[in-house]
Design a binder for this molecule. Structure first.
Ligand code: ZN
Length: 247
């Protein structure tokens, strides 16, 4: 496959960002889902994101083991620090028409998802710096990977009264760093490639945190342990299958 142009790299990365909005889609059919449905959805998002973060760190390790592992710890440290800052902030938080604790929670999730998207954009750009086929595969993988992220964001926003359209917009917003970073990473691939394992590790660490600090506890609030464990594991298997079989 021949090398891609800047325009097509940007467009494909933009499409991966738009795919994040699909995560809000289930709420378009049912704005007031039952608690059992919410619990199962959180479990689905947890399993898919767990497998996605496994995929990211595995890809990072291919570029550099220690840099990827260091990146994962950096991601963890970043979130712990961001959380402390948000907690200490005396100003009342307002986000998407919500206030107080709800706003802080939503702000943290959307913030973490947005920051970790920067490296995913770099990975799109760098992968197109090789041959077009790899870039295409990474874009498709990231588009699929983005859907549960949109679902996770919508699961925080919609049950707290945010509209489905707004939740879809914030989901897409959280992935806009992907097209923004893909272009410079593609143009200056030699400059960005050494940083990639740090970034992929960082993204994986951040996603792992979301899984265990938000998605799994939220799932357990609304569904039984057995159901949550079954759904998380089955979703994990489905995502790993997708990642491996389409490679
Ligand atoms: Zn991601």
């Amino acid at each position: 496959m021949e090398a891609a142009g800047v325009g097509s790299v940007f467009l494909l990365a933009l499409l991966t960002a738009v795919a994040t909005g699909l995560g809000a889609l289930p709420f378009a059919f049912d704005k007031h889902p039952t608690r059992g449905w919410l619990g199962a959805s959180n479990a689905v998002a947890a399993g898919l994101m767990l497998a996605a973060s496994f995929g990211l760190i595995y890809e990072g390790v291919n570029y550099g083991v220690f840099r990827a592992l260091a990146g994962a710890l950096l991601g963890l440290g970043f979130i712990v620090a961001a959380r402390e800052l948000l907690r200490q902030d005396e100003h009342p938080a307002v986000f998407a028409g919500m206030g107080g604790l709800d706003a802080r929670k939503a702000l943290l999730i959307v913030g973490v998802m947005t920051v970790h998207s920067f490296t995913e954009g770099v990975s799109i750009g760098v992968s197109f710096g090789g041959d077009g086929a790899l870039g295409l595969f990474i874009s498709l993988a990231l588009a699929v990977h983005n859907v549960p992220e949109g679902l996770a964001i919508s699961l925080v926003l919609v049950p707290r009264g945010v509209s489905v359209v707004r939740a879809a917009w914030w989901s897409v917003f959280s992935s806009l760093p992907q097209p923004l970073m893909a272009v410079p990473a593609f143009l200056f691939v030699e400059l960005f490639r050494p940083l990639l394992p740090y970034g992929l590790g960082f993204a994986a660490g951040a996603m792992n945190w979301i899984v265990f600090s938000e998605l799994v506890p939220n799932a357990l609030e609304d569904a039984s342990r057995t159901l949550v464990a079954v759904v998380v594991t089955a979703s994990f298997v489905a995502m790993v299958a997708f990642q491996v079989l389409f490679r």
